[in-house]
Design a protein around this ligand. Structure first.
Ligand SMILES: NC(=O)c1ccc[n+]([C@@H]2O[C@H](COP(=O)([O-])OP(=O)(O)OC[C@H]3O[C@@H](n4cnc5c(N)ncnc54)[C@H](O)[C@@H]3O)[C@@H](O)[C@H]2O)c1
Length: 380
């Protein structure tokens, strides 16, 4: 079988996983890395693999396409580069798998969609939960109307992140703009916990395009020395009128390291992922206290998406995370910026720091209680 030619754009951080999957994992049987674009590739933990494979490394997408071609470009770079790189790769004739968030602004995301349409190539976005087989089984049941209409959806993720997280790479985390003025707007729900807000937008619809968030209100705060925010409680309605409630924080403390948890109440059942205080990762459907369907464990964090996208560009199988769905997350982020133009710092007397982690006194307990009650507070 002819292997698909893949260009990897951004190979440190999350991109290192793609290098391993393609050079050491099963994906290497079906795809061949024909080049890398990353000006700092040597700093990647996966660099020894690239060196051993003799993969050509370039500093820009322009330099790669001046001498080579790729059927698929996988882009895992900081957010400020997504629009330019995705548009360039599409126009150069590659399909694109673009890491989430799709872009920093709605205007950029729409420019990527326009480049896709003009090129006739495919665009997939890397919200990996959409590609997970267990999640797709649940999505199919929801789309078939098995659970009726969605009524109330809530989700929460409390992941401690330390100073090193905010300082990694080019130092783009938690920034609004980069030094050249390019928008980034990186925050707790545009980036690290984006998957769990996105899932609420994507799961209820009948197709893979998802439903946008409307009537948003939000509280945003920061404990870390960042320009955006590391803590959010937000609620709104989706296009079908269901209520969405979401909370996330990087500053609730390491004793509140709550993996994502959700409860989506539909007319006929309540869909659950995990439970408060647990790390269980099963997707289940309940009627009252009765378990009506156990979908099984659902992986939050693997690279199944790469195989699904390789299949799709080869004309086999659907594309569960198209740009139209990811645009709805970018639109929600833009609405969030309007709702929270300037996030206040938590009062310094509530913030303590240990081993580089900022922790806000009482925040974890408060968020857990709010999640239980699905309540929107006056303040955090
Ligand atoms: N799907 C997921 O679960 C997941 C997880 C983590 C990160 N991500 C996404 O991946 C992207 C990168 O995040 P990260 O945490 O790996 O960032 P990072 O800063 O740790 O790594 C970014 C990589 O891009 C490279 N890079 C910087 N400028 C570049 C340029 N102009 N051209 C090419 N490469 C360049 C850097 O050298 C580095 O190797 C973001 O969009 C992020 O949201 C997705």
């Amino acid at each position: 079988m002819e292997r698909t030619k893949v260009l990897l754009v951004g190979v440190g951080g999350f991109g290192a996983g793609y290098v391993r999957e393609l050079l050491e994992g099963a994906a290497g049987q079906r795809a061949q890395v024909v080049g890398v674009v990353d000006p700092y590739a040597k700093q990647s933990p996966a660099y020894p693999l690239l060196e051993r494979a003799g993969t050509p490394i370039h500093e820009t997408v322009e330099a790669f396409y001046a001498q080579g071609e790729a059927e698929l470009a996988v882009i895992a770079t900081p957010i400020q580069f997504h629009e330019h790189q995705a548009c360039f790769c599409l126009r150069a004739g590659s399909h694109v798998l673009l890491e989430k968030p799709m872009a920093a602004t709605v205007e950029q995301a729409k420019a990527i969609l326009a480049a896709r349409d003009a090129s006739g190539r495919k665009l997939a976005v890397g919200f990996q939960w959409c590609y997970d087989r267990t999640m797709l089984r649940l999505k199919a049941d929801v789309a078939a109307g098995l659970y009726g209409a969605p009524l109330d959806l809530k989700a929460m993720a409390l992941w401690p992140r330390d100073r090193a997280y905010y300082r990694r790479g080019l130092g783009w985390a938690g920034k609004r703009l980069d030094a050249s003025g390019a928008p980034i707007y990186d925050n707790v729900v545009s980036n690290a916990t984006a998957h769990y807000l996105f899932n609420m937008l994507w799961l209820p619809g009948a197709d893979f395009w998802g439903q946008g968030l409307e009537n948003l209100r939000a509280l945003c705060y920061r404990a870390n020395e960042i320009e955006t925010f590391d803590t959010v409680v937000m609620e709104g309605r989706n296009e079908a009128g269901a209520r969405l409630w979401y909370a996330a924080s990087h500053a609730a403390g390491r004793d509140y390291n709550q993996n994502p948890v959700f409860e989506y109440r539909f007319e006929e059942a309540c869909l659950r992922f995990g439970a408060l205080g647990e790390t269980g990762e099963r997707l289940t459907a309940w009627k009252g206290d009765r378990l009506v369907k156990d979908y099984g464990p659902s992986s939050l964090n693997d690279l199944t998406k790469l195989g699904v996208v390789l299949d799709h560009v080869a004309g086999r199988g659907p594309l569960p995370c198209p740009g139209e769905a990811a645009l709805k997350h970018v639109e929600a982020m833009e609405a969030l910026r309007l709702a929270c133009p300037e996030a206040p710092f938590f009062p310094p007397e509530r913030v303590e720091e240990a081993d580089g982690f900022k922790r806000v006194e009482g925040l974890g307990a408060k968020l857990v209680e709010l999640y239980r009650q699905e309540a929107f507070p006056e303040s955090l």
